[in-house]
Design a protein around this ligand. Structure first.
Ligand SMILES: NC(=O)c1ccc[n+]([C@@H]2O[C@H](COP(=O)([O-])OP(=O)(O)OC[C@H]3O[C@@H](n4cnc5c(N)ncnc54)[C@H](O)[C@@H]3O)[C@@H](O)[C@H]2O)c1
Length: 463
């Protein structure tokens, strides 16, 4: 079966880049990305390709090459579903904030909404591809909804979790370590798997296209994120021991990372991981384990989250303690708000939680981030519901320039590892700050020795 027409529901951080790359590499396939969010779609269609809603290195070039040739962005969900032979579901699957499983389970209402929409609209056979990260056996629920329409349409459900990392999404999509495709063992199921394999084979070596059963594929995505996050929490746990013992976490990471059994990646100590996925996927895993009565398994993975929360909290508390046990009325400059460099995504960013704790201590925060808007920063703080939005706006000032952020500040806190933070004129910044001038480097990226020579009092995670 040769696919000619693809629809992707969800034009977010996954749907947008993934489909842009498929369109680029498969010029004979028409790819339509749909979303209910009109503003997001309008931004994807902005004549100036630099205004697309997601910042990712290289993405605007890919979009510029394929858009309005074989890549389309639209709000007409029904039309795109009707026309497509293959439908990717790439909608958000946040942690539930209500009812049973609150705080742990994935909220599948957007997934179910898609399945019901497809069931209502489809008039011919379709392959449905789960691109969103989902709990094990979600495909069963989707199949249940789709197979009870009574209109004689056949659906094959595939699991094709996405492993891209924000900040390097385009590279990851162009040259992935592997692509995972889970499908049914039935002949029809295997035919559907093959159709998706053939799409990826346009630019990816077939050896990297791994096929499994649906449940293994769904669980592999949660497992991958749990393992990655666990490495961060593990090195962060060591960072606290380093600070007490005089060991240096960068040296420890290098020493253990040189062991080929361990490897060097994801061993950078920091103020804690963020992003939309790690926390929610582990919580989901914890929920699944508990729901099967596997309490030891659940506790084991939950500890990764507990450690991460601890790392953020202790970073913030250390600022308060170091600034003579009070930050009330003191200006703290935040360098960075995004959860990592090279993205404008702020979901679950450590900066949000560090700010919240400092605001509880009545600090005045001035934020500079090269890609995050003031609107987003206030929305992140308001979402916590810790204080009124007026108060958030009174206590937090968002500026367009790092020098302005640091002017008159008692301390700089580095929350994101943006490369440009290394390049500033720290001599100049020093003269503008209150003395003693403190720097809390939560990403261990600044040249600590040079800053100390200038006169800064440096505190670096894990040192
Ligand atoms: N962000 C990542 O780095 C990443 C990586 C791998 C996997 N994932 C997974 O991919 C999924 C999507 O994540 P994301 O970051 O792209 O989310 P996102 O919030 O950026 O995008 C999801 C989009 O889906 C749209 N949507 C929701 N319901 C809809 C419906 N019924 N019809 C049309 N549009 C609808 C929303 O309006 C939103 O624009 C999640 O399950 C996530 O866990 C994310």
């Amino acid at each position: 079966m040769k696919i000619k027409n693809i629809c992707c529901i969800g034009a977010g951080y996954v749907g947008g880049p993934t489909m842009a790359v498929i369109a680029l590499k498969c010029p004979e396939i028409k790819v339509t990305v749909v979303d209910l969010n009109k503003e997001r779609i309008a931004a994807w269609n902005d004549p100036d390709v630099n205004n697309i809603p997601i910042f990712e290195p290289g993405l605007s070039d890919v979009v510029a090459k394929a858009r309005n040739k074989n890549l389309f962005f639209s709000t007409d969900v029904d039309k795109a579903i009707r026309e497509a032979e293959m439908i990717f579901i790439s909608v958000n699957t946040p942690t539930k904030t209500y009812g049973s499983g609150k705080g742990y389970a994935a909220d599948l209402k957007y997934i179910e909404g898609c399945a019901r929409q497809i069931a209502k609209v489809a008039t011919d056979d379709k392959i449905i591809v789960e691109k969103s990260t989902l709990p094990v056996r979600t495909a069963e629920a989707i199949r249940d909804i789709l197979s009870n329409t009574g209109n004689g349409v056949n659906f094959q459900i595939l699991s094709n979790p996405e492993f891209l990392a924000e900040g390097s999404a385009v590279d990851n999509l162009l040259t992935p370590d592997r692509v995972l495709i889970g499908g049914d063992n039935s002949p029809k199921g295997q035919e559907a798997v093959q159709a998706l394999v053939d799409i990826y084979a346009n630019w990816i070596d077939r050896k990297k296209l791994l096929t499994t059963n649906v449940w293994s594929s769904e669980l592999s995505k949660l497992t991958a994120n749990a393992f990655l996050a666990q490495r961060i929490s593990s090195i962060n746990a060591m960072s606290e021991i380093c600070e007490q013992t005089g060991a240096d976490v960068t040296e420890v990471a290098r020493a253990i990372g040189s062991d080929s059994r361990i490897g060097p990646k994801f061993l950078k100590a920091s103020v804690g991981f963020g992003g939309s996925c790690f926390q929610k996927d582990i919580l989901n895993l914890v929920y699944i384990a508990r729901s099967y009565g596997l309490n030891e398994v659940a506790d084991y993975w939950e500890q990764v989250i507990i450690m991460n929360n601890h790392q953020r909290t202790r970073f913030a508390k250390n600022i308060v303690k170091t600034l003579y046990n009070t930050v009330s009325g003191k200006k703290i400059a935040f360098f960075g708000w995004a959860f990592k460099k090279d993205t404008n995504d702020t979901r679950e960013s450590a900066a949000i939680y560090v700010a919240d704790l400092l605001l509880e201590e009545q600090a005045q925060i001035s934020v500079y981030d090269p890609k995050v808007t003031a609107e987003q920063i206030y929305a992140d703080l308001d979402y916590l519901n810790t204080r009124s939005s007026e108060e958030n706006r009174r206590l937090v000032n968002v500026v367009q320039n790092p020098y302005e952020a640091a002017e008159g500040a008692h301390a700089i806190a580095v929350l994101t590892e943006w490369g440009e933070f290394r390049e500033y004129n720290y001599q100049d910044i020093y003269t503008k700050m209150q003395k003693p001038a403190f720097v809390f480097d939560g990403r261990s990226i600044l040249a600590a020795d040079r800053l100390k020579e200038i006169g800064y009092k440096m505190q670096v995670i894990g040192k």
